[in-house]
Design a protein around this ligand. Structure first.
Ligand SMILES: CC(C)(COP(=O)(O)OP(=O)(O)OC[C@H]1O[C@@H](n2cnc3c(N)ncnc32)[C@H](O)[C@@H]1OP(=O)(O)O)[C@@H](O)C(=O)NCCC(=O)NCCS
Length: 155
């Protein structure tokens, strides 16, 4: 049976869809298409998407900070949630981290109240590392920090 979703790098042609996902999943996001063009062209950021046929329905964005992949965003369109796409996107980033060989950890942070995302991160194997007090605004809230160690001998 043909798989319903394909995981692939996000094409620059899909940055308008990324912005639409941002607006829906994180209304505070102020990023516009040009911001994604700038950071991806400078190789600071890379993005993976879940496509249904040619439509982008979820994406993950990562920054490379020397030997760390920092997840800056992960969003699945509401109509496509709970179908394993968030998990597949995180697993793709972890696999890429192993392939890169220079990456030691994958990091991310999340609002304390975001139970769904926290449950996803724990299920994938991220480990809670601590709290960043009052990190978020509107509403003000603590962030929980998670990391996933990239252990060379596992792959
Ligand atoms: C968080 C988010 C990316 C999860 O994406 P998703 O594609 O629905 O995640 P998955 O289907 O891969 O979920 C895998 C597992 O994570 C857990 N999980 C995911 N969403 C959950 C929710 N809302 N409530 C409880 N558990 C959840 C479940 O254990 C799930 O497995 P199950 O469906 O077999 O029970 C999605 O809900 C989203 O886009 N939310 C809005 C944006 C956001 O909060 N992003 C994270 C900011 S740091």
């Amino acid at each position: 049976m043909k798989e319903e979703y394909t995981i692939a790098p996000v094409s620059s042609q899909d940055f308008s869809s990324v912005v639409a996902l941002d607006r829906a999943g994180n209304p505070q996001s102020a990023w516009i298409e040009e911001d994604y063009e700038r950071v991806t062209s400078s190789n600071l950021c890379s993005m993976w998407g879940a496509y249904r046929e040619t439509i982008l329905v979820a994406y993950i964005g990562i920054f490379t900070l020397i030997d760390i992949y920092e997840v800056i965003s992960i969003i699945t369109h509401t109509e496509h949630q709970r179908r394993g796409l968030g998990r597949r996107l995180l697993q793709t980033v972890i696999k890429e981290a192993y392939i890169a060989t220079t990456i030691k950890e994958v990091h991310l942070e999340v609002r304390v109240s975001n139970r769904g995302a926290r449950s996803l991160y724990q299920k994938v194997g991220f480990i809670e590392q601590g709290i960043r007090k009052q990190y978020y605004s509107d509403p003000r809230e603590d962030a929980i920090l998670y990391s996933y160690p990239i252990t060379p001998h596992i792959l």
